[in-house]
Design a protein around this ligand. Structure first.
Ligand code: ATP
Ligand code: MG
Length: 491
C-alpha cells in the first residue's frame, strides 16, 4: 500500500445531517479536507462537477427519487471520481446493483474513524494504481497509433482483430474499422503466390513460438503490389494455449524493388562476363591456331628451303667455293628458326592447350602440372581419376582455367614446396582439389575485392552451377576445391 500521505478533498453525500457532520469531523481529524456536504443525488452530481473532489463518500439511501447508486453512475461516467459507499442495512440486491458502479469500497454504519481511515487509504492507493496503469496504457497506445509500421493484435482462434493502428490505412488502404469488421483481413489481401507460405507461417508461430520475420506480398485495397515484413508474437493463456497474435508489419516494397533490380543487374553482369569469357576463349583458340598452323608452317617451310640451299651449296665445285662462306651462317639461321618454332608452339599452347580439345581435361591437367613443376621447381603430386566421364568443352575450359589460376597463385603467393592435385568423380560431379603446403590464404585475402583471380574462379564455377571453396591455414596451406556437375547423359 502507498504509505505516503496525500491530503484529499472529500465530498460527503449523506442525508442525515448529524451523521454527515460526524463524518466531516472525522475527515478533518484524519488530515483530509471535507469540501462539502450534500443530501441529494442531484446535488451530489452538481457538487462533484464543481468541486472535483478526490473522493466521494456516498450514502446509498438518499432523500428524493434518485439514490446514491444512480448518482454514482453519472459521476463515474462524467468525472471518473472514486466513490466509497456508506451502507446501513442494505439488502443484497442493492449491494449487487452498486457493484456495477465500480466502487472503491464500502463502509458500514455506524461509522468509526478506523473504518473511514482505511477506506480512504485504500481508495487513494487504488486510484493511484489505476491512474498509473491508464497513463502507461495511453503512452503505449500513443506510441502504437503514431508508428509508421502497421501494428495489430488478433485473436488466435478466429483471427478477428482486437487492435489495429491507423498506419493500416497508409500501408494496406484498409482502415482499422475495416479490419475490425473483417476477421483475418490480412490473409484475404495476400497475393495468390503467398497464400500457402503465409498459412504455413501462421501454423508455425502458433505451434512453435517461432518469431522469425516473414516477408510476403499483398495486393492493397487499390490493387497495388506491396511487400511486407511481419514479426509476430504469440501471447498464450495460463494453459499455454495461443490467445492472441501481436504483430508489427513493415512496408519493405522499396527495399524489395532495389533488391530485385540489384539481382537483375548482377544476373546481367554475370551473363555479360560469361559472354566475354567465351569470346576470349574463342579468340584465344583462333589466335593459337593461326600462330600454330600458319606461322608454324611458314617457319617450317623456311627451314626446309634453307636446308635445300645448304645441300645445294655442296653439289658442284664452283657453287661450293661461291657459297661455302655462307654455309656456317645458314646453319646458324636454321638453328634460330628451330628456336622460333619452339617458341611459337609454346605461345600457341599457352593460349589454348590443344591437348584439352584433343585429349580432354585429365590429360590437360596432367600436362600442365608437369610443365608447372619444370618451370617452378614446386613438387607436384597428382591423383587423377581414370574413370571415363563427359564434360562439354566449355565446362572443361572453365575448370581448366580455374585450375590454371589456382596453380599460378601457388607459384606467385604461397611459398609452397609441394602441391597435390586430385580429380575424382563423385555423385555425378567432377571434384577437383588443388592443395599446397604454403603459408595459407587468409580470410581477408579471400574477401578483398582488388584481386580478380579468386573472383573469376568463383564466377566461372557459379555459372556452371557448381560449388567452389577456398580455405587456408598456416599449418596446412591452401586448398581450392571445386565441384562441377557432369553433363547429363544423353539417351
Ligand atoms: N595458394 C595461395 N597461398 C597463399 N595466398 C594466396 C594463395 N592464393 C591466393 N592467395 C592470396 O590471395 C590473394 C588473392 O588472389 P587472386 O588470385 O584473387 O589475386 P592475385 O593472384 O593477387 O591477382 P590476379 O588478379 O592476377 O589473380 C593473393 O593476392 C594472395 O595474397
Ligand atoms: Mg591470382
Amino acid at each position: 500500500m502507498n504509505l505516503i500521505f496525500r491530503r484529499l478533498k472529500v465530498l460527503i453525500v449523506e442525508d442525515e445531517y448529524i451523521i454527515a457532520k460526524d463524518i466531516e469531523a472525522t475527515i478533518t481529524r484524519l488530515g483530509h479536507d471535507p469540501v462539502g456536504i450534500v443530501s441529494t443525488a442531484e446535488d451530489a452530481i452538481k457538487k462533484a462537477g464543481e468541486l472535483k473532489p478526490g473522493l466521494i463518500l456516498m450514502d446509498i439511501t438518499l432523500k428524493g427519487e434518485t439514490d446514491g447508486i444512480e448518482a454514482a453512475k453519472v459521476i463515474n461516467d462524467t468525472f471518473g471520481i472514486p466513490i466509497v459507499y456508506l451502507t446501513a442495512h442494505q439488502d443484497e440486491d442493492t449491494i449487487e446493483r452498486s457493484k456495477s458502479t465500480n466502487p472503491y469500497g464500502y463502509i458500514t454504519k455506524p461509522l468509526d474513524d478506523r473504518d473511514i481511515n482505511s477506506a480512504i487509504n485504500s481508495a487513494v492507493y487504488r486510484y493511484d494504481v489505476e491512474m498509473k496503469l491508464r497513463e502507461a496504457e495511453e503512452r503505449y497506445f500513443r506510441l502504437a497509433e503514431n508508428a509508421v509500421d502497421l501494428i495489430f493484435s488478433q485473436q488466435a482462434d478466429d483471427l478477428s482483430y482486437i487492435y489495429v493502428n491507423k498506419a493500416s490505412a497508409g500501408i494496406t488502404g484498409f482502415t482499422p474499422e475495416e479490419f475490425y469488421l473483417t476477421p483475418n483481413l490480412m490473409e484475404k489481401m495476400l497475393h495468390p503466390d503467398w497464400i500457402d507460405d503465409y498459412r504455413k507461417h501462421y501454423r508455425s508461430i502458433l505451434k512453435n513460438n517461432d518469431h522469425t520475420n516473414f516477408e510476403y506480398m499483398i495486393l492493397t485495397k487499390n490493387g497495388g503490389e506491396c511487400w511486407l515484413n511481419q514479426r509476430s508474437v504469440v501471447v498464450r493463456d495460463d494453459e499455454g494455449k495461443p490467445a492472441t497474435i501481436e504483430a508489427i508489419v513493415t512496408d519493405v516494397t522499396e527495399r524489395k524493388t532495389y533488391q530485385k533490380t540489384l539481382e537483375e543487374t548482377t544476373e546481367k553482369l554475370r551473363a555479360f562476363s560469361n559472354h566475354l569469357q567465351k569470346v576470349r576463349e574463342d579468340e584465344r583458340l583462333l589466335i593459337s591456331r593461326e600462330i600454330h598452323d600458319q606461322l608454324g608452317q611458314d617457319l617450317t617451310v623456311l627451314k626446309m628451303e634453307l636446308s635445300l640451299l645448304k645441300k645445294k651449296s655442296g653439289k658442284n665445285a664452283a657453287e661450293k667455293s661461291e657459297l661455302k662462306k655462307w654455309s656456317d651462317e645458314l646453319g646458324k639461321i636454321s638453328n634460330s628458326i628451330d628456336g622460333i618454332i619452339n617458341n611459337v608452339r609454346r605461345i600457341a599452347t599457352d593460349l589454348r592447350p590443344d591437348i584439352l580439345d584433343k585429349l580432354g581435361l585429365v590429360d590437360a591437367i596432367q600436362w600442365h602440372t608437369e610443365e608447372f613443376e619444370k618451370r617452378t621447381g614446386i613438387k607436384c603430386v597428382t591423383a587423377l581419376t581414370e574413370e571415363d566421364f563427359t564434360l562439354n568443352i566449355e565446362k572443361a575450359i572453365s575448370v581448366f582455367r580455374v585450375f590454371q589460376e589456382a596453380m599460378t597463385n601457388i607459384a606467385r603467393h604461397s611459398g609452397a614446396s609441394r602441391a597435390n592435385i586430385t580429380l575424382e568423380i563423385e555423385n555425378g560431379r567432377i571434384v577437383l582439389k588443388i592443395a599446397d603446403n604454403g603459408r595459407g590464404i587468409t580470410a581477408e585475402e579471400i574477401e578483398k575485392n582488388t584481386s580478380l583471380g579468386i573472383l573469376g574462379m568463383k564466377e566461372r564455377i557459379m555459372l556452371l552451377g557448381g560449388l567452389w571453396r577456398i580455405k587456408g591455414t598456416k599449418v596446412n596451406g591452401t586448398v581450392v576445391e571445386i565441384k562441377v556437375p557432369l553433363d547429363e547423359a544423353e539417351d
